[in-house]
Design a protein around this ligand. Sequence first.
Ligand code: PGA
Length: 263
Amino acid sequence: MRKPLIAGNWKMNKTIGESVDFVENLRTEIAGVENAEVIVCPPYLAAHEVARRVGGTNIGVAVQDVFWKEQGAYTSQVAPKMALDAGATYAIIGHSETRGRFGKEDMTPAQFAYFAESDETVNAKVHECLAVGLKPIMCCGETIDERKADRTDEVIKAQVENGLKGLTTEQAAGMVIAYEPVWAIGTGEVCDTPEANRVCGMIRGTVASLFGDAAAQSVRIQYGGSVKPDNAAELLSQSDIDGALVGGASLKVADFAAIIKSV
Ligand code: PGA
């Protein structure tokens, strides 16, 4: 049985104080919930304090990105080992927003170039996380143009194959992969449930062809993209959807708790 993982990606929201208030309230709201694993993903600066406050509860902490080196002259970067030291147990890797694949285009090409994540850097980050014991949540997803051109499966398959390159079967089996159609992120436009389940099943099939059936059956595949309290139950009841990566709706305790309780 794969335990559903519900993760709240706060992106660039919440100060340390707001983050602490949130988890203090959430812990009461979801006390006793055992059928889902719950994590929050605060901005780096709040991660340590949040991890301190959720000790002994059913809430875990993830960081929103990491670098692929252990340490060194890499200004502004955070090593997986540092995230672990701060109390995180997971890291989001390869989110479409770090790949520069935003649903809305409100930046210049030069500004977009700042978000330069590639399958190769995603793979390097996955390896460094696993080497130190931080669990990667590796994201993949197609843009609206790729979907319209019937390239969804090809794009997702390539992201998954390249991201998981060089892993052992055991490492692959412990992975979390998040299917996040770029056009559904932050837009309120959720992917149809059968289609979300189909793509998640296709991702599982890709893992099976690379690492075998046992690994594919144990890998957890989340759906992300406009998950809300009113669509969560349907999405989370699907055979190949093992949780949700929630953005906007994870910023309010009541909404995030409702999504968790809909498992
Ligand atoms: P959203 O974001 O729930 O606001 O669409 C999802 C995500 O980016 O992980």
